[in-house]
Design a protein around this ligand. Sequence first.
Ligand code: ZN
Ligand code: ZN
Ligand code: FE
Length: 745
Amino acid sequence: DSDDIPVVDESRFLIRRSPEPDLQNIDRRHESNTTAATPIGADLSTCDDCLREIRDPSDRRFQYPFTNCTNCGPRFTIIQSAPYDRARTTMKSFAMCPRCQSEYSNSSDRRFHAQPNACPECGPQIWFAWSDDEVVNPSSPASQSHSTSLGIKSFASAINEGRIVAIKGIGGFHLACDARNIETVQRLRHRKGRFDKPLAVMVSDTSQAIAFAKIGDVERRILESAERPIVLVPKRHGSDFDDMLHAVAPGNANIGIMLPYSPLHHLLMETTSPLVMTSGNVSDEPIARTNSEARERLIGIADGFLLHDRSIQVVCDDSVVRPAGKSLIPIRRSRGFAPIPIKLSTAGPSVLGIGGEIKSTFCITQGQYAYVSQHFGDIGNFATLETFKENIAHFQKLFRVQLDAVAADLHPDYMSSQLAKQLAQSLDLPLIRVQHHHAHAASLLAEHALYTNQPIIACCFDGTGYGTDGSIWGSEFMIADLHRFNRIAHLNPFAMPGGDAGIRRPYRIALALLQRAGLDWIDEYPCVAACPHAERQLLQRQFEQFHYSVAPGSEVLGSEVLGDEVLGGEVLGSAMPGSPFSSSMGRLFDGVASIIGIRQKTNYEAQSAIELESIAAPSIDRVDPNEYAFDFSDGQPTLIHYSGLIHAICRDLRRGTDRGWIAAKFHHAIANMIARTCANARLCHGIETIGLTGGVFQNASLLTLATRRLQEQGFNVLTHSIVPPNDGSIALGQALIAQRKVRST
Ligand code: ZN
Ligand code: ZN
Ligand code: FE
């Protein structure tokens, strides 16, 4: 699954023509506006023609921050209801001047029926305000162009003084600061409560990015695409940008870069590039949408505000993609992509897939299309949950959908599961519960329409997913189609002391792995040294109480519709919420990162895995790929044992082997384990197609290694190129499984 991306001369929308921007070309079923049932387009970055106008002093749109045309500009984020027409957008409050009106009505004009059409005379305007300024909206600006140049000048001087400025953009607010001012970047991290998590950087153009990042053809094309996502690219060290690289993405071999995508960005970047541009919110809260929301919520973070008077109807975070060889891994599918529908293999009932918990999206199907929402983040946060609910209602209205069913995860504590239950009850609809990893597998099948009617071997690796036995799954090999799955292999479960709280202290997992491998807790191991003595004794006692028993292998129906209670019958009835056992691959990464001393405490999701991959990447091609190995025991399901692997890692550690080498050999061991498990499954079940899905496959090194190994053995390998492998795709998978279920009852 590593096709070349075709070179596209025409990368822009033309009137009444399908868009063919780069990323969408990777899979042509990623549908355009015009073929979908209800044409609502995604927001698109400023086109070259509009850019030329805002840079031309003789043009009437010179330096106008809201310049757009039919080939570019906001869509999804300004649309209030369908059909798409100016009167049903947030532009309705701006009456077009005669010149704009004539462009709008002239069928040969580039702005014919450009709904957000505007100019300095009649359109929205920007202004700058300090956080302690009384006046929020200047009642009578001297003139539009005066207000613009003043706003940009004030912004630039605030940034140069080391201030943090909130910028109102297309799909919400960003927090911006000078990326090269390390002190300010640290202050932003501190105020936002975001300690090590990477911050995205906006640069004026690709050539500036080349100074501190390795940009190949794939990277350049996706950076410059009309969707303008954040692109995760390898850092390039050895310049005077090194301090910046460390400050914006500590412990990470990659940096997230994006190019300007609105005229306002282009104007700002002329004087202030590179800028940190991170979403305008406090940790898990929703991104600020209105001027007053921003002033309220960001008051302790932003020193100043660059505001405008065009309302944002729906928030839409920046999208994120990661190149892996010649293909791209979607990491977050949001601005530029949502709500473009995914075309399904067949038409089906209308269902709502409500998704997971963190990296939340929802999905609504209609006919042969699946509308996957923008990214919402952690709906465990109350305000984010409210935004999520409002958007579900907005989508139903926008696409005029009458739901036939609601689908949710099995996890009893997910906010999404509770919300789904409420919705199903109030609308008198069946609630369909779908196992987490089955949903991952189904989301991959949704992308690969050819395979929706035959079972595949799905390798679903992630951090956390509620299993049918009540334990935490996350290294699941399953024979899966849209109706059912059969769990054929997984990691031998290990104890996860402290449950979810333990996740932030990976040394606890490391001690569990050592104990499972029969290794003594000696201070020589960084994970042991990191654990306070009292906690060690407590853990020791806990481990002695745990009785490891193997969850019974079970074939579970995709999901049963039983009013509001599932459940795949007897198997789920005895679920034990809060079980301390886990077969999570994400936790194995945490444990190994801790054992070799990479990270003992985490402050953002997947931090250990990201740092382990970062340290492994340079050594991947230099180590013996077969030095570490997993063991297997017969049974149904097959158990995959890591004791030998942990022994080998500890031996290397005691010998003083380079940690990058250990990490690289660990990556190879997993790829080999995947290949071996799949080869065994092929012998038993005769299946040649493997799907790689789950958050662990955001790891480009592992994805590339595993794909290569499987292809060497003649397997057909399916990977994600439309929706992310992480929980952003759970909603799509749920919806697909629920569609089949509704149809078959
Ligand atoms: Zn344009
Ligand atoms: Zn005008
Ligand atoms: Fe997951």
